[in-house]
Write a protein that binds this ligand. Structure first.
Ligand code: NAP
Length: 410
C-alpha cells in the first residue's frame, strides 16, 4: 500500500469481478487516473479527483466502488486482484469516536455515486444487477435468431432470443446483459465480455416467457490494409443456432430505465442497433398501458428502410402509442438526413415536450450522434421560448437531476 495520509481517505476502486473491461471509464476519465493491464482496470489514487465523470457511463456499475483507507492501494496491488478487498476496520486513534464519524462521513459521501449526474427515473421499477458473473454465468439457450435487415442490405442485424429455462434472470427495459464468447485470446486470457442492450420487455418476448431478445449487428469491416476485420463477439452471437447454450452475465444497468408513470412522455433518439432498448420500451407500453396519457416519440436513424432494424414491425405500432420519425441517410433520391436534422423539423413539438416535467429523454447509438443531438436541443431551446426561459444546458441539468435525461452511446 502507498502511504498517502494517516487520516482516513476514500479511495476509488473498480470491482474486477463485475468489470467487463469495455474501456469506457479509461476513455472518460478527464485526468487519466484510470488505466489497465491484461488483468484489471484500476484507479490511480494519486490522480483521481473524485469528479465522478466515469460513474454514469460505466455499463456495469463496477466503477462505483469505494474503500476508506489510511494508505491507498497501489496500481500493482489493484492489478493483482480477482476480487475487491473488504472494507478494513480503521484503527481508532486517540479520538476513536471522531475517527469513526469521519470514516462514516467519507463512506456516505462516496456512496452518493454519480453525484446526481445520472439517476433512474423516479417511477422506474427497481433493477436487479450483477446476479451472474464470469465465474458464475447463467446458461441460456438460443430459441431464435433471425435477420432484421433485408437480405440485400449491407448490415446483417439480427434478433436473437435467449431462454433462461428455470434460471431466475430478472430484467427491466433499458438494462443490458453480457455475453461471454468461448475460448481465449492470444495471451491465453478469456475473451472480453461484450454487452448488449435488452430489446424485449421485462416479462419476455411473449408475456411471461422467461426469455429476452437482443439486437446484434455482425461486425465485418475492411481494414486499411485491405484485409477484413470480423468482430469476434458479434459474429459469435450472430452465428448462434437454435438450441445453442450461451454464457450470460449481468443483468447490468441501474439508470437507463423506463419510467413506469403513464403520464410520462418518452423521447427516444437512436441510430442503428441503438434502437434495442427502445423496442423494449415500446413493447412494455404496448403491453401494459396502451392508452397511457404520455406518448412515446421515436427518432430513429438508419441508412435506408432495408437497413433499419424492426422496420416492418414498426409499421404496425399504433400512431397513438408511438410517434415515429424514421430518418434515412443513404437514400438515392434524397439528401443525407440524420436524427438531429429531423429533430429540428419537429422543433415545436420537442420544445413543448421540454416544457413538461413529465418528459423523459433517452439517446442511444453511435457516439458521433451525441454532438448533433445536443446542438439540436440547444437550437430548439433557443428558438422556441421556454416557459422557464432556460438554456438547453440548464434544462438538461435539471432533467438529469430528476432522472429524466439518459445517454448510452458507443
Ligand atoms: P449504423 O448502421 O452505422 O448507423 C446508423 C445510422 O446513423 C446511419 O444512418 C448513419 O449514417 C447514421 N450516423 C452516422 N454518423 C452519425 C452522426 N454523427 N449523427 C447521427 N447519425 C449518424 O449504426 P450501427 O452500426 O447499428 O451502430 C449503432 C451504435 O449503437 C453502435 O455504436 C452500437 O455499439 C450502439 N449500441 C448498440 C446496442 C446493442 O444492444 N446492439 C445498444 C446500445 C448501443 P451514415 O453511415 O450514412 O452516415
Amino acid at each position: 500500500m502507498t502511504t498517502l495520509a494517516l487520516q482516513p481517505v476514500k479511495q476509488h476502486l473498480i470491482d474486477p469481478e463485475i468489470c467487463i473491461r469495455c474501456n469506457t471509464c479509461e476513455e472518460t476519465c478527464p485526468v487519466d487516473a484510470i488505466t489497465h493491464d491484461a488483468n484489471n482496470y484500476v484507479v490511480d489514487a494519486t490522480k483521481c479527483n473524485f469528479c465522478l465523470d466515469c460513474i454514469s457511463p460505466c455499463p456495469t456499475g463496477s466503477i462505483d466502488n469505494w474503500r476508506i483507507v489510511t494508505a491507498a492501494f497501489s496500481l500493482d496491488e489493484q492489478m493483482s486482484w480477482s476480487e475487491l478487498p473488504v472494507q478494513q476496520q480503521i484503527a481508532a486513534g486517540t479520538d476513536g469516536e471522531a475517527l469513526e464519524a469521519e470514516v462514516e462521513a467519507l463512506l456516505a459521501e462516496a456512496h452518493l455515486g454519480a453525484g446526481g449526474k445520472a439517476s433512474a427515473p423516479a417511477s422506474a421499477a427497481k433493477p436487479t444487477i450483477n446476479l451472474f458473473n464470469r465465474a458464475r454465468p447463467a446458461i441460456a439457450t438460443v430459441t431464435g435468431n433471425f435477420r432484421l435487415t433485408d437480405a440485400g442490405a449491407d448490415n446483417d442485424v439480427r434478433h436473437v432470443i435467449l431462454d433462461f429455462g428455470d434460471i431466475a434472470f430478472p430484467v427491466l427495459e433499458g438494462q443490458s446483459i453480457g455475453i461471454a464468447t468461448p475460448g481465449v485470446d492470444a495471451n491465453g486470457a478469456p475473451h472480453r465480455i461484450r454487452l448488449y442492450s435488452i430489446a424485449s420487455p421485462r416479462h419476455g418476448e411473449k408475456p411471461n416467457a422467461n426469455n429476452l431478445a437482443l439486437t446484434v449487428k455482425r461486425v465485418v469491416e475492411t481494414r486499411s490494409d485491405g484485409g477484413t476485420f470480423r468482430g469476434l463477439a458479434s459474429n459469435y452471437v450472430c452465428d448462434l443456432k437454435q438450441g445453442a447454450k450461451v454464457q450470460v452475465v449481468g443483468p447490468f444497468g441501474s439508470t437507463f430505465l423506463m419510467p413506469d408513470d403513464p403520464q410520462a412522455d418518452i423521447v427516444m433518439i437512436c441510430t442503428g442497433t441503438g434502437s434495442a432498448p427502445f423496442r423494449g420500451f415500446t413493447e412494455r407500453r404496448r403491453r401494459v398501458m396502451p392508452n397511457a396519457k404520455g406518448k412515446l416519440h421515436l427518432f430513429f436513424g438508419a441508412r435506408s428502410p432495408q437497413e433499419l432494424p424492426y422496420f416492418g414491425p414498426l409499421q404496425k405500432v399504433p400512431k397513438t402509442l408511438l410517434d415515429q420519425e424514421l430518418v434515412f441517410s443513404r437514400l438515392a433520391e434524397r439528401p443525407k438526413e440524420y436524427v438531429q436534422d429531423r429533430m429540428r423539423t419537429r422543433a415545436k413539438d420537442l420544445a413543448e415536450l421540454l416544457r413538461r416535467d413529465t418528459t423523459h429523454i433517452y439517446v442511444c447509438g453511435l457516439r458521433g450522434m451525441e454532438a448533433g443531438v445536443e446542438a439540436s436541443f440547444a437550437a430548439i431551446c433557443g428558438e422556441h421560448a421556454q416557459s422557464r426561459q432556460e438554456s438547453w444546458q440548464e434544462c438538461r441539468a435539471r432533467m438529469r437531476d430528476d432522472g429524466r435525461f439518459h445517454v448510452e452511446t458507443y
